[in-house]
Design a protein around this ligand. Sequence first.
Ligand SMILES: Cc1cc2nc3c(=O)[nH]c(=O)nc-3n(C[C@H](O)[C@H](O)[C@H](O)COP(=O)(O)O)c2cc1C
Length: 326
Amino acid sequence: MIETRITKLFGIKYPILCGGMFWVGRAELIAAVANAGGLGFLTAATYPTLEELRADIRKAKDLTDKPIGLNINLFASVRPQPIEEWVQVAIDEKIPVVETSGRSPQAIVAPLHAAGVKIMHKVPGVRYAMTAERLGVDAICVVGHEAGGHPGMDEVTTLVMVPAAADAVKLPLVAGGGFADGRGLVAALALGADAILMGTRFMATQECRGQDAFKDWMVHAAETDTVYCMKSIMNPSRLVKNSVVEKVVEMEKKGATLEEMLPLISRQGPAVVDTGNMEDGLVSMGQAVGLVHDVPTCKELIDRMVEEALSAQERLGGIFKRKAPA
Ligand SMILES: Cc1cc2nc3c(=O)[nH]c(=O)nc-3n(C[C@H](O)[C@H](O)[C@H](O)COP(=O)(O)O)c2cc1C
């Protein structure tokens, strides 16, 4: 048992969260994380219609009796539906925790709270964490520069971001970006976090959508196989290093505009995951891919992480000893 402010707040066994992931954060994965003692977030932006979103929430609920969360990305361009409709789905479907990201959650804090839904806001910088705390969310997740998806403009790594955030806010704190095993979990708790959130590591699991060739690429990838790019168009992203991303970087160097880059960057996500052809477009991926060496079930992964965390803690206990009083 690992009890922290986050396990108590969300009613879960282990302080291990699976962040929202466009296209792959679906019922099978999220239910498997829940059944293994963690908490995952179905990703609202994945579904072309509200009916499909509702259907996948219900499917996840059929697969687990543990809490499941919903990721609401507030960044306008990723939303197929108005934000109020996602909020209503979360309320109607009795989702206990919403993970917000992309923009300020200000407009949706009150309606979600009125329905008893807890809010964890995910940010890529300490100053945004402080703002979120003022807005009244229930927990904060900070992600560092290593993270897959959108690690923010500041390029501050998780090792610095987490203790800086722990000093700056009082709310329960989740650390994201670069975590893949139990050593990372212990490190995050030592830095002042109450839980870790992973995206990349959960993509290489049995229950995650994706061709074997895609997961096999992950197993053999190194920590240097991702690229941080698109800062010039205010859309900083960490993605799989491939020929498409290299073209994006080249265009950025030449000062290309968003409109000029759009034909390349609009091919984000699904194709690569579903075809297994790593040159098929852009896909989010964190540096933690270098720590992925197999494709376990979520239960195998989380059980192993808990064992690794206990071993890491024992190792530290053997290193740090208070001097016996003379
Ligand atoms: C394939 C992929 C898709 C993602 N999509 C989203 C998303 O739709 N919304 C969101 O808030 N975060 C998204 N993220 C970010 C993750 O929720 C999480 O913050 C991040 O992966 C943590 O860093 P890690 O990859 O080092 O574990 C995505 C990450 C990945 C790898």
